[in-house]
Design a protein around this ligand. Structure first.
Ligand code: ZN
Length: 92
Protein backbone atom coordinates (compact mmCIF):
# COMPACT_ATOMS: atom_id res chain seq x y z
CA UNK A 1 0.00 0.00 0.00
CA UNK A 2 1.24 3.47 -0.85
CA UNK A 3 1.96 5.52 2.24
CA UNK A 4 2.77 9.24 2.34
CA UNK A 5 6.46 9.74 2.97
CA UNK A 6 6.07 12.92 4.95
CA UNK A 7 3.36 14.45 7.08
CA UNK A 8 1.54 17.45 5.55
CA UNK A 9 1.38 20.26 8.07
CA UNK A 10 -1.83 22.17 8.82
CA UNK A 11 -0.33 25.12 7.01
CA UNK A 12 0.35 23.11 3.83
CA UNK A 13 -3.12 21.54 3.98
CA UNK A 14 -4.79 24.90 4.43
CA UNK A 15 -2.73 26.48 1.66
CA UNK A 16 -3.92 23.73 -0.69
CA UNK A 17 -7.53 24.26 0.38
CA UNK A 18 -7.56 28.05 0.20
CA UNK A 19 -8.87 27.95 -3.39
CA UNK A 20 -11.69 25.55 -2.56
CA UNK A 21 -14.85 27.55 -1.96
CA UNK A 22 -18.13 28.26 -3.66
CA UNK A 23 -18.08 31.29 -5.91
CA UNK A 24 -21.12 33.51 -6.28
CA UNK A 25 -22.71 33.29 -9.75
CA UNK A 26 -22.18 36.27 -12.03
CA UNK A 27 -25.31 37.88 -13.36
CA UNK A 28 -25.90 39.94 -16.47
CA UNK A 29 -28.91 42.17 -16.95
CA UNK A 30 -31.23 40.93 -19.70
CA UNK A 31 -31.05 43.17 -22.78
CA UNK A 32 -34.80 42.74 -23.31
CA UNK A 33 -36.32 43.08 -19.85
CA UNK A 34 -33.42 44.23 -17.69
CA UNK A 35 -33.80 41.53 -15.06
CA UNK A 36 -30.67 39.74 -13.83
CA UNK A 37 -29.89 36.57 -15.79
CA UNK A 38 -27.12 34.01 -15.96
CA UNK A 39 -24.73 34.35 -18.92
CA UNK A 40 -25.33 31.83 -21.77
CA UNK A 41 -28.79 31.01 -20.38
CA UNK A 42 -32.34 31.82 -21.46
CA UNK A 43 -33.80 34.71 -19.44
CA UNK A 44 -36.13 33.29 -16.79
CA UNK A 45 -38.31 36.40 -16.84
CA UNK A 46 -39.03 36.92 -20.55
CA UNK A 47 -37.80 33.64 -22.13
CA UNK A 48 -35.53 35.32 -24.67
CA UNK A 49 -32.01 34.37 -25.69
CA UNK A 50 -29.92 36.20 -28.31
CA UNK A 51 -32.94 38.25 -29.35
CA UNK A 52 -35.15 35.24 -30.02
CA UNK A 53 -37.98 33.89 -27.92
CA UNK A 54 -37.01 30.41 -26.77
CA UNK A 55 -39.42 29.71 -23.91
CA UNK A 56 -43.07 30.67 -23.78
CA UNK A 57 -43.23 32.21 -20.30
CA UNK A 58 -47.01 32.68 -20.47
CA UNK A 59 -47.80 29.01 -21.05
CA UNK A 60 -48.04 27.92 -17.43
CA UNK A 61 -49.60 31.10 -16.04
CA UNK A 62 -53.24 31.76 -15.21
CA UNK A 63 -55.18 34.46 -17.02
CA UNK A 64 -54.63 37.01 -14.25
CA UNK A 65 -50.92 36.26 -13.97
CA UNK A 66 -50.59 36.53 -17.76
CA UNK A 67 -52.06 40.03 -17.75
CA UNK A 68 -49.70 41.17 -15.00
CA UNK A 69 -46.68 39.65 -16.73
CA UNK A 70 -47.53 41.24 -20.10
CA UNK A 71 -47.88 44.59 -18.39
CA UNK A 72 -44.56 44.15 -16.62
CA UNK A 73 -42.73 43.17 -19.84
CA UNK A 74 -44.24 46.09 -21.76
CA UNK A 75 -43.10 48.63 -19.19
CA UNK A 76 -39.64 47.03 -19.16
CA UNK A 77 -39.39 47.31 -22.96
CA UNK A 78 -40.55 50.93 -23.06
CA UNK A 79 -38.14 52.14 -20.42
CA UNK A 80 -35.12 49.83 -20.31
CA UNK A 81 -32.75 50.64 -17.48
CA UNK A 82 -30.05 52.89 -18.82
CA UNK A 83 -26.62 51.98 -17.65
CA UNK A 84 -24.38 54.96 -17.39
CA UNK A 85 -21.41 54.86 -19.69
CA UNK A 86 -18.04 56.20 -18.61
CA UNK A 87 -18.64 59.43 -20.57
CA UNK A 88 -21.92 60.10 -18.80
CA UNK A 89 -20.37 59.36 -15.44
CA UNK A 90 -17.54 61.79 -16.06
CA UNK A 91 -20.04 64.53 -16.92
CA UNK A 92 -21.81 64.07 -13.59
ZN1 ZN B 1 -35.45 38.99 -19.99
Amino acid sequence: MAVPKQRKTKSRRNQRRMHIFIKAPKFLSCPKCGKPMLPHHVCQNCGYYKGKQIVDVFKKLTKKEKKEKEKELKTAQKAPKKELSMEELSRK
